[in-house]
Design a protein around this ligand. Sequence first.
Ligand SMILES: Nc1nc2c(c(=O)[nH]1)N[C@H]1C(S)=C(S)[C@@H](COP(=O)(O)OP(=O)(O)OC[C@H]3O[C@@H](n4cnc5c(=O)[nH]c(N)nc54)[C@H](O)[C@@H]3O)O[C@H]1N2
Ligand SMILES: Nc1nc2c(c(=O)[nH]1)N[C@H]1C(S)=C(S)[C@@H](COP(=O)(O)OP(=O)(O)OC[C@H]3O[C@@H](n4cnc5c(=O)[nH]c(N)nc54)[C@H](O)[C@@H]3O)O[C@H]1N2
Ligand SMILES: [Mo]
Length: 800
Amino acid sequence: MSARSKHPPTIGESTPAAGGWAAARSLGEILLREHVPRSGPSLLSHHNKPDGYMCVSCAWAKPAKPHAMEFCESGAKATAWEVTSRRADRAFFAAHTLHELEQWSDHDLEEQGRLTHPMRWNRSTDKYEPVDWNDAFADIGEALRSIPPREVDFYTSGRASLETSYMYQLFARIFGSNNLPDSSNMCHESSSVGLPESIGASVGTAILSDFQNCDCIFYMAQNVATSSPRMLHDLQDAVDRGVKIVTFNLLREPGLERFINPQMPSQMLTGRSTPISSEYYQVKNGGDIAALFGVCKALIEADDAMKALGMSKVSGSDAVPHKPDNAAAVAFAASIAAADKKHVLDHDFINTHTSGFEEFAEAARHYNWAELERVSGLTREQMIQAARTYAHSEAVLMIYGMGLTQHVMGVQNVHMVANLALLRGNIGKPGANICAVRGHSNVQGQRTVGITEKPDLVPLDKLKELYQFESPQWEGRATVDTCKAIMEGEAKAFVSLGGNFLRAVPETEAMEEAWRKLRLTVQIATKLNRSHVIHGEIAYLLPCLGRIEIDEQASGPQAVSIESSVAHFHGSRGKAKPASEELLSEPAIIAGIAKATLAKGRVPWDEWVGDYSKIRDAIEATYPETFRDFNKRMFQPGGIPRPVPARERKWTTPNQKANFITPPRLFPELDIGPGATEVLNLATLRSNDQFNTTIYGYGDRYRGVKGTRKVVFMNEEDIGRLGFKEGDFVDLTTAIDVATTRRVTGFKIARHAIPTGCCAAYYPEANPLFPLAHHDAKAKTPSYKMLPVRLSLSALSSRS
Ligand SMILES: Nc1nc2c(c(=O)[nH]1)N[C@H]1C(S)=C(S)[C@@H](COP(=O)(O)OP(=O)(O)OC[C@H]3O[C@@H](n4cnc5c(=O)[nH]c(N)nc54)[C@H](O)[C@@H]3O)O[C@H]1N2
Ligand SMILES: Nc1nc2c(c(=O)[nH]1)N[C@H]1C(S)=C(S)[C@@H](COP(=O)(O)OP(=O)(O)OC[C@H]3O[C@@H](n4cnc5c(=O)[nH]c(N)nc54)[C@H](O)[C@@H]3O)O[C@H]1N2
Ligand SMILES: [Mo]
């Protein structure tokens, strides 16, 4: 597959600031590039507005008082992508065999435009051919009934609404399967596992007003300008109030350095930008546990020093203080005393609310600085400086993204964020909370309404009472287990509610081969992608309405709902004319398949499809506390807050405490074998011109890349040390689990401000390198942000 555009690739300087005219110009180009009809721009006035549609790009909060234009460059791209006038219609599919389409790039497949009609693969022509909806449902139902439920997997990508997701999990469970892998398994699963252990909440506790109430933000491992650009407004307002932003990131991301607000004429005309981060720490990938341990160590040792020197009286504790053996801790302690503070740590909070502090503090004291420096890539002074800023702040908001969760020690990364918050009671008070920035626009909500392989997270009794069926009790498969089952032939059918599973998962090559052996693949989608082109023996491609489109049913136009990153539910009403008259809505497609498949369970499928408010009633009946008065409140400005007990300092952990959890080590133990100095740790990234596996274009304005995606970002020193030159083409080979060779070829070296020993490339082009087993032990989130690789000069190198 070609991963290059027709234009010659160039790699230049990164943009110094995010936003600005470049973002505004890009908006105009997007509308043109996606062939958006004339009504497109006016659609954007409904974007993220109460009674409008909720953006299909990221899950960032929707404020009660939206801006006149509550959208960003990324949101506009996602909208344009959905309302494009291009169509992958009958003529297109008649002209191309799937074998031929296998040679097409991700970009070119989706570029054909919206799918228009239901299709079934015809073995004799090797084409997707039109089929009648009812015939499709009947055939899928028959195929599903012939396969044991344990051998069927139901995947969800994080875009589907609460209504759709609730119906989908119900269908899967009545059918008899808990195999409900979802995109969240590759994304924030480390949070879903780590946060409940630490604070008893499965989601972040932050709300939008925390941005107005904090005096410091720790911003970790998230690329705001690309992934959740509307949050830049909240960050800019915070900076204007004097809030300090302390950033930990592998790269120097422009959006975290400076922002020119396209909605502020004064900034646009003068080119004046707001500096975002007051401190910027470039941590090695996988070095965050060490970095945060360093910050915690500095805090704990300064607290010890205050006690030892009699600078503080510690309530409720007469533990023998440790003798401070370093001047830095004493100086830090003195600065706290000079600020008229009793102590560095919040001992009242620690004593009242937490468990595990002593063990954690001992571990922090025990690590030596040299080791913390080596693993994190930061200096001792930097870690102490971050700790000082933290200790001098009264309300600190912790924000983090994929750079923490997608790791072998992803859950421990999340524990460390919570540990740091707990040291000074920075949780459950105005301005002080944890914000896990979600990806897909409803990925958090899907879990809230039952998309999970773990039966104990679902009120099965309630489902039984409401629909009279026995749910399976066994633990189903999450994404990594589903991949394994597909590769081992234990999964026979794959139903996909959106997404591009084959491109999103690790182990691309083996997965593609195994995918072809599935007996049944059913893809519910809006655009054509590689997971459709490669397919099972019986293969259906079912096109659906997107969230921006008007969804007309028996009772009139319907609305759906989603949950944002800050755990608020919002109604969403489609405004655009559907891409084709033959599309069905996602609820209608699920109901169609369910009716054709199930003999049991009393679900009023047709009634639900006729009127989605009935699905919301059912959601409320299943989760009465979370969804109280759901239909009545769904369009309230600012959304319906979801109850999160940790927000009120109620800890729903087994011991009813917030827990300090001490990671067993700083860095995962990986078997790299000899020649370790030639190995670099690879992180995979998103460009600012993609949404996950959807490649809008070949470039990354913020990182200075044009015309290509096959780039490997390296430190100048490593380029020389390994005997390469900037611009060389290299092959990357996985340096762990070497019994299987995993390689990608022809990546162009780009010199970049990245710590030594680290390198970065784009997702999904680098996914063939990732061994399936390279994931967090508990959450099973693939370690997409840290994989040891070796580089060698590519055969392509002579061509450029
Ligand atoms: N435009 C656009 N928006 C999106 C998406 C998209 O593809 N395009 N995807 C959506 C989805 S599903 C998700 S999950 C989110 C993802 O949004 P992010 O959480 O921002 O994820 P990434 O873009 O993968 O990059 C994460 C950041 O982590 C840094 N990083 C990498 N490794 C490490 C590390 O070990 N430590 C630290 N401290 N930093 C590290 C990288 O430099 C990068 O800035 O965005 C959502 N929004
Ligand atoms: N190496 C590496 N791999 C990664 C990541 C990484 O950072 N690095 N990130 C991971 C993360 S965080 C995630 S979330 C996953 C994403 O994995 P997925 O969610 O599976 O992938 P997407 O690219 O978001 O899915 C795009 C497809 O969704 C379909 N689609 C779009 N809108 C709709 C809709 O409204 N309805 C339906 N039914 N279909 C629709 C279109 O057909 C489109 O082609 O990838 C993961 N993979
Ligand atoms: Mo994600």
